[in-house]
Structures are given as C-alpha cells and as structure tokens.
Design a binder for this molecule. Structure first.
Ligand code: BMA
Length: 306
C-alpha cells in the first residue's frame, strides 16, 4: 500500500472551474481557518504571469473559489518593482494569531521571497521582501527558536545545485544565521534541485519536512516529493532523510498539462486523527488532493531506506 494515496476524484480544482480568465490553477497553500479549509493558489493568467486566488471548503475536498483575486502584484514600492512579473507558489504558516504567506516575487531581477500576512483571509498586507534573487520556496516554521523566527528556502547560485537552507530572524524582515541543510543527491530522483514544499510540521520525533526533488531527463525535469526530519529544538540538525520519494507523477493529470511530469506540493492540513491532507499542483495545470498518515511519513525519515 502506498504511503501517499491520491483522492479518487482528482483533480479537485481546474481552470475551467474558476471564475477567472486563466490557463492554469496550481501549487496551493492550504490551511484550516475558522473550521473551514482554505486554499490560496496560483492562477496563471493568459499572459503567463501569475496572481493568487482563494477557494474555501467545508470538507477539504469540494472547494468554492471566491470572486476576484486575493493577492495581485503590489502597486506600492518596493514591492511593485519586484513583483512586476507576478507572484507565485504561496505557503501559509500560522504564528500566534497571524497567518503569514510566503510567496515567490518575480521581476526583471529574477525571483525572490516575499512575505505577506492576514488575520482573516479577507485583507492581505505585505510584510517585506525577504531575500535577494535567486530564492524561492520559502516556508516559515510555526514556532520561534530562542525568540527567532525561522524559515527554510531554496536559494540558488549559478553552477551550484539548488539546495535547502535555513535562516533566522528577530522580526521576519532581517534574516541571518543561514546554513545549508539539504543538497541534491547525485544520480538520484532528487539530483538536480531540492526545495521546501510545505511549512515544517511539528511531530513528537521532530519537524517533518516535505520537499520537492527534481531529476533531469532527456525529456525535461521530473518533479517529485520526498521527506526529511529536523530536530525539534535545533532545526539546523537533520535527523533523517528518506532516500526514496513519497510521491511521483503517475496519473494522466500529472503527465499532461502546462508542464508535464510535475507533482508540486505547497500546502498540507493535519487532521486530528493523524491524517495529512496534501494539496498539490499537478502538471502546473490543476489542483489535486492526496492523504498520508503523519506517523508513516515520520518513520520513513527515521528508517531512511526506500
Ligand atoms: C518550479 C516552479 C514551480 C513549478 C515547477 C514545475 O521551478 O516554477 O512553480 O510548479 O517549477 O514546473
């Protein structure tokens, strides 16, 4: 039996089901707010630039998209300059009573990390631009460490394999203490790039981190999902990494789309019974759902083997 099981009614949201002029909806952040499930997802418009929209659900399966977009590129500086080509791939982390949204801001300078916040999912406020280019896939930890906020992200430097780093901040604006935590493994499914997928999930054994790994083939990149674990007290310490993937493209909706061969997860909701609902973009085209037992993902990280 597979550890990650796809919902048989996938996809759960397609570009045809949303009230926007767009070519694709994908890579959703997910959270439970006020008893309802919320997806904040990427909408690719007809100029191939992206904005973010929101959909809500009572059961985590049937989502109703809201009219109008939740977040579009800001008209206020300095955001305006660095978001001119769009905003992409959001993640949501609740810290105290605020929901922070990390996203990729795209401009002529490349891609960097933006942070916004909301308390009600009605009004969204920019916090800061939190990196230089090229950096994306930032996820915030829901807790502070010695009073400092922490994040994982995926900076990249020409000629070096894009890897997962950790950084710390007293105020979410100024970041430092950066360390590399996870690099691509040579000639493995995650040999070309690795990047954070969903915000770290606290478990008794450590922070469960779901990440994406990319393999380059003659036919382009294949995006899969894997897991590793960080120490609860000292998140710079990697406790384990599962050598296989937990999810790879295999269904028609993951093979056929704007970018084939992609499963890309940005959001997960933990249920009281220990089930994780994983929301992911399939083939950069539509939004899908899969479930997994949190404890099974944790034991993969600890055992390490595939
Ligand atoms: C990454 C990002 C993601 C996308 C993925 C697969 O570099 O652009 O938004 O889902 O590629 O195309």
């Amino acid at each position: 039996m597979e550890v990650v099981r796809r919902y048989e009614g996938n996809p759960i949201l397609t570009p045809e089901q949303v009230p926007y002029d767009c070519t694709a909806v994908y890579n959703p952040a997910a959270v439970k707010f006020d008893g309802r499930y919320i997806l904040l997802f990427r909408v690719q418009r007809k100029d191939a630039r992206s904005v973010l929209a929101l959909a809500e659900s009572e059961d985590g399966i049937r989502f109703t998209p809201r009219e109008g977009f939740a977040m579009v590129p800001s008209q206020e500086e300095p955001f305006r300059t660095y978001e001119e080509y769009g905003i992409e791939d959001p993640r949501i982390t609740r810290i105290d009573d605020t929901y922070f949204i990390t996203y990729a801001a795209y401009s002529r300078f490349g891609c960097l990390v933006g942070i916004a916040k909301t308390q009600d999912f009605e009004r969204f406020e920019r916090v800061c631009l939190a990196s230089e280019p090229d950096n994306r896939n930032a996820v915030l930890f829901p807790k502070r460490f010695g009073g400092l906020y922490a994040r994982l992200d995926r900076p990249s430097y020409p000629g070096k394999p894009p890897s997962i780093w950790i950084s710390f901040s007293p105020d979410l604006v100024h970041w430092g203490g950066s360390r590399c935590l996870l690099m691509p493994e040579e000639y493995r499914w995650d040999s070309f790039k690795v990047g954070p997928s969903v915000p770290p999930i606290e478990t008794p054994e450590g922070w469960l981190c779901i990440y994406h790994g990319v393999f380059m083939t003659m036919n382009g990149a294949v995006y899969r999902q894997g897991v590793f674990m960080l120490d609860l007290e000292d998140p710079c310490k990697v406790l384990g990494r599962y050598e296989g993937w937990i999810m790879a493209p295999k269904e028609p909706y993951e093979f056929i789309g704007y970018v084939p061969n992609v499963v890309f997860c940005c959001g997960a909701v933990e249920e009281e019974d220990g089930t994780l609902k994983l929301y992911y973009g399939a083939a950069d085209q539509c939004i899908c759902l899969a479930t997994a037992r949190l404890e099974e993902l944790v034991s993969l990280c600890i055992s390490g083997g595939s």
